[in-house]
Design a protein around this ligand. Structure first.
Ligand code: FES
Length: 154
């Protein structure tokens, strides 16, 4: 049975009509709304590539049924900053060259931005803990941690 889901995405009120309300929010963002910031990695809530903010907290959009986002506020990488006015975490990722292939970076940035929103001055251990389940197969973690600490210094 089709269902129309209304939510706010990157500051814009949107609706998506889906055949299956259990369809992952990730698919609605990418396929219905054209937002390719959140990436499909594992589809099992294990890699973090699909991370978005749901009502201000980080969420793995591959595991959130789209119906659960009804009435909520979603922010994807596209809504975090702009090329002219990047979010501090985005600017720090560029400054620290914290990306190799870049596949994981969007999720890393979203998870890091959520960390700084709740803990503006995290320790290195807190950064590592927050990103422990964001997987990077290139091995950029040391630069990612440096970028988050840089962003925290403002
Ligand atoms: Fe969602 Fe890997 S694709 S956690």
């Amino acid at each position: 049975m089709t269902q129309t889901v209304a939510m706010t995405v990157n500051g814009r009120a949107v609706t998506v009509t889906v055949d299956d309300p259990q369809m992952p929010l990730l698919y609605a963002l990418r396929n219905d709304l054209g937002l390719t910031g959140p990436h499909y990695g594992c589809g099992l809530s294990q890699c973090g590539a699909c991370t978005v903010h749901l009502d201000g907290a980080s969420a793995r959009s591959c595991q959130v049924p789209v119906a659960q986002a009804a009435g909520k506020t979603v922010v994807t990488l596209e809504g975090l900053g702009t090329p002219d006015r990047p979010h501090p975490v985005q600017a720090a990722f560029i400054a620290e060259q914290a990306v190799q292939c870049g596949y994981c970076a969007n999720g890393m940035i979203m998870e890091s931005a959520a960390l700084l929103a709740r803990t503006p001055r995290p320790t290195e251990a807190q950064v590592k803990d927050a990103l422990a389940n964001n997987i990077c197969r290139c091995g950029t973690h040391p630069r990612v941690v440096a970028a988050v600490l840089r962003a925290a210094q403002g």
